[in-house]
Design a protein around this ligand. Structure first.
Ligand code: Z5A
Length: 230
C-alpha cells in the first residue's frame, strides 16, 4: 500500500465540541511558546484546555522519556520508534480519550505522530511506511483535528539551542545534517497529511506566528462550533 493510502487509515476522534490539536517542529521552533498563548486564548473563549507532551504525559510515558532523552548510548531506530509509540498509546488511552469525553475540551499535544515521521522516519532512516504501519492499530490511528507545524531552518534551530545554553539531550547532540533531514521529513509529512497539517513560518515574531495560528484555529473551533456559550 502506498503512503497516501496508509495515511487514509488515520482519523481525528469524534467527540462533539471537543478538539485534539498538536504542535510540531524541530527544536527551538517555538512550540512551547505558542502552546502557552493558544492555551490562554482558548481558555479565554471558554474551553477547558489540557496540554500534554510527547514522549511523556503519564507516569509510564515519563519513564520512557527519561530512558530515551537521557540515554548515553545509541538506541536502535526501531527501538526508538516502539518506545515513542508505546508512550503515545498509553497517553491516548490513559488521558486523551477520557478527557475528550467532556464537552468543550481541547487537548493540545506538544509533538505527536509527525515527530515520529520526521525523526524516526526521515532522520533515522526508517521510512514513512514503517512508521505508518506501526501506527495502524487503535488508538494509534487517531490524529489531531489540526496540527500546527512551526517551520524554521536547521541553522536557526541550532542558534536558538545555543542561546538557551541548556545541556544537550540525546537528539540535540546530532549535527546540522540531522536537522536538515528533520526539516525535509516535516515537509514531507505536511504534504502527506495536507488537510490536517498547517505549515507556518516560525521565523517571525512570536506575535505574528500566533496571528497565523488564530485564523485556522478559529475556523475549526469557533465557526464550526458556533461558540462560545460560557
Ligand atoms: N521525539 C522523537 O524523536 N520522536 C517522537 O515521536 C517524539 C519525540 C514524540 C523531545 O524533545 C524529543 O523527542 C525531541 C524529538 C524527540 N527532540 N529533541 N531534543 P523535547 O520535548 O524535550 O524538546 P522540544 O520539543 O524540541 O522542545 P524545545 O527545544 O523547547 O523547542 P520548542 O518548544 O519548539 O521551542 P520554545 O521552547 O518555544 O522556544 C525555544 C527558544 O526560542 C526559546 O528561547 C524561545 O524564547 C525562543 N523563541 C520561540 N519562538 C520564537 C520566535 N518566534 N522568535 C524568536 N525566538 C523565539
Amino acid at each position: 500500500m502506498e503512503n497516501k493510502e496508509l495515511a487514509k487509515q488515520f482519523r481525528a476522534p469524534a467527540f462533539p465540541g471537543s478538539y485534539f490539536l498538536s504542535f510540531e517542529g524541530i527544536e527551538g521552533a517555538g512550540k512551547s511558546t505558542q502552546i502557552v498563548k493558544v492555551r490562554d486564548y482558548l481558555e479565554s473563549v471558554g474551553f477547558r484546555v489540557l496540554v500534554l507532551r510527547e514522549p511523556g504525559g503519564t507516569s509510564f510515558g515519563e519513564k520512557l522519556r527519561q530512558a530515551i532523552l537521557n540515554s548515553t548510548s545509541p538506541i536502535h531506530p526501531i527501538a526508538e520508534l516502539h518506545l515513542f509509540a508505546s508512550s503515545r498509546a498509553q497517553l491516548l488511552t490513559e488521558v486523551t480519550l477520557k478527557e475528550l469525553e467532556t464537552p468543550n475540551t481541547v487537548i493540545i499535544y506538544d509533538r505527536y505522530l509527525d515527530s515520529t515521521l520526521a525523526y524516526q522516519g526521515k532522520a533515522r532512516g526508517l521510512g514513512f511506511e514503517t512508521i505508518l504501519r506501526t501506527h495502524l492499530s487503535f488508538p494509534l490511528t487517531l490524529v489531531p483535528h489540526l496540527t500546527f507545524y512551526l517551520r524554521i531552518p536547521a541553522d536557526l534551530s541550532l542558534t536558538r539551542q545555543k542561546m538557551r545554553n541548556a545541556p544537550k539531550d540525546y537528539f540535540e547532540k546530532q549535527g546540522q545534517n540531522f536537522y536538515q533531514n528533520l526539516v525535509d521529513g516535516y515537509d514531507e509529512a505536511a504534504e502527506l497529511f495536507n488537510e490536517r497539517i498547517i505549515t507556518l513560518n516560525g521565523n517571525q515574531s512570536v506575535d505574528k506566528v500566533f496571528e497565523d495560528i488564530l485564523a485556522p484555529l478559529n475556523a475549526l473551533i469557533l465557526d464550526q462550533n458556533k461558540r462560545p456559550e460560557n
